[in-house]
Structure formats: structure tokens, C-alpha cells
Design a protein around this ligand. Sequence first.
Ligand SMILES: Cc1cc2nc3c(=O)[nH]c(=O)nc-3n(C[C@H](O)[C@H](O)[C@H](O)COP(=O)(O)OP(=O)(O)OC[C@H]3O[C@@H](n4cnc5c(N)ncnc54)[C@H](O)[C@@H]3O)c2cc1C
Length: 231
Amino acid sequence: MSIQKYKITKIKKLGSNVKVFCFEPLEGKLPEYKPGHFTFLHLFNENGESIVKRAYSIASSPDMPYIELCIKMVNGELTGRLERIEVGGVVGIEQPGGHLTYDDQPKIALIAGGTGISPMMSILRYITYKQMKGEFVLFYSARTRADILYREELEELQKKNENITVVITLTREEWEGEKGRLCHAVIGKYIDDTKGFNWWICGPMEMIKTMKQCLSSLGVEAKNIKIEGWG
Ligand SMILES: Cc1cc2nc3c(=O)[nH]c(=O)nc-3n(C[C@H](O)[C@H](O)[C@H](O)COP(=O)(O)OP(=O)(O)OC[C@H]3O[C@@H](n4cnc5c(N)ncnc54)[C@H](O)[C@@H]3O)c2cc1C
């Protein structure tokens, strides 16, 4: 396993407890990766030795000139230390990999909860950059308005590619959009042909369990569902 050194070039707060970090390599090029890949982020001690590593889905698209990660700060082993690192700080990043990849499928439905939006941002940014034709639907579940990550950019992406539909549901606040947990009623409003789509689910384990059952009852075959969960 090789760890490449990166400099933090930007830190932006999203919502109450999430931060977006941008990283550029200290030397050499960005690694090759696909939308949907994750990497391991390493933090170093003063001797430059890795002391903690955790997996993070990449939120940037491979065409972007930096790697972006969207991280919920839970004051744990890694996030507690990352909180104290500033722009200019050096971290380690491994060659990205994983199975949640997007490979130019023309009809896709992405289901995200919380920071599970990270790989979906990579996929939607890529689709927009490539101006791909097809049907691309994002179902994004958040608790309150303040918890909707990347809201403005999601609106922009819809404007830039008319084939993208963004459906946000709030579970703990009244608003003008969809409400409550994602279920047949919401999915059925936006997708008639559930079996003709490829599905991605990413977010908390509890949400993944519910959505797997939901998709199964809608007739979606397991081979057409890609899943990644944490938290
Ligand atoms: C493939 C993969 C991709 C991932 N992508 C992302 C991503 O894009 N963004 C992201 O924020 N995380 C992501 N994670 C989770 C990440 O790897 C860490 O587990 C998380 O950042 C906590 O690490 P930590 O060392 O700070 O906390 P730890 O010291 O490992 O845990 C501290 C405490 O925090 C709790 N905790 C851990 N995660 C959460 C959470 N999300 N919400 C509430 N409590 C939690 C733990 O249960 C524990 O009690 C991903 C995990 C995997 C396996």
C-alpha cells in the first residue's frame, strides 16, 4: 500500500458538523479513480509516520484538479485530530478503489443519507462534466434543511444537465419538498420503471437496511444495487 502526501488547500464547513476538505498532491499527479471510489485518509505524527487512517468516499469527480472529501466531524480518532489541522497541513491519501463505481450506465438512481452524498456528488459532477444523456435521479434524505449538504450545487447540477433530477426528503422538519423517510410513494413518483434502473445506496447502516427491503419489494434485483454504509 503506498501513501501519497497531500496538502490541504481548502476547508469549508457544511451544515452544523460536516466539513469539506480539498487536497492537492505535494508532488506528482492526482491518482486515477472512478466516480464512486473511496480512499484511505492518513494523518501523520511529527516524524511523518501514519498514526490513524479511515476510509472516505471521494466527492470530487475525476476531472477536478483536487481530491475532495466530505467528512462528518464526530470527534473520533481521526476526525478529532483532523479538526485541528489547517489549510496547508499535510496528510496521506492511498490509491482510491472500491465497488461503488459508476461506469456510464444510462439509467441510475442514487439513494443517499447524510455524508452518503459524497460518492453521489462524484457521480453527478462527472455526469454533468461529460454532459451525459440518460435518466439520473438522486434521492437524498436529510433531517432538517440545515443538514442538506451541497444544496446549492445540487440545484446548479440540475440546471446544467436536464437529465438530472434531485429529490430531497426531510425527516424532521416541515418544508415545501418531500417529507418523511424514502419509501415506495416517493420513489414511485419519480421512477416508473424501477427494474430498468441501476441503484446505488450510501449512508447510515439503518437506512441501507430499510432501502434494501424497499427496493426488493419494488422488484429491483440485488445485482442491480450497489451499497456502501457507515455510521
Ligand atoms: C467505504 C467507506 C467510506 C466512508 N466515507 C465516509 C465519508 O465520505 N464521510 C464520512 O464522514 N465518513 C465516511 N466513512 C466513515 C469513516 O471511515 C470513519 O468511520 C468516520 O469518519 C469516523 O472516524 P473517527 O476515527 O473520527 O471515529 P472513531 O474513533 O472510529 O469513532 C468514534 C465514535 O464515533 C462514532 N461514529 C463514527 N462515524 C460516525 C458517524 N458518521 N456518525 C455518528 N457517529 C459516528 C463511532 O461509532 C464511535 O463511537 C466511510 C467509511 C467507509 C467504510
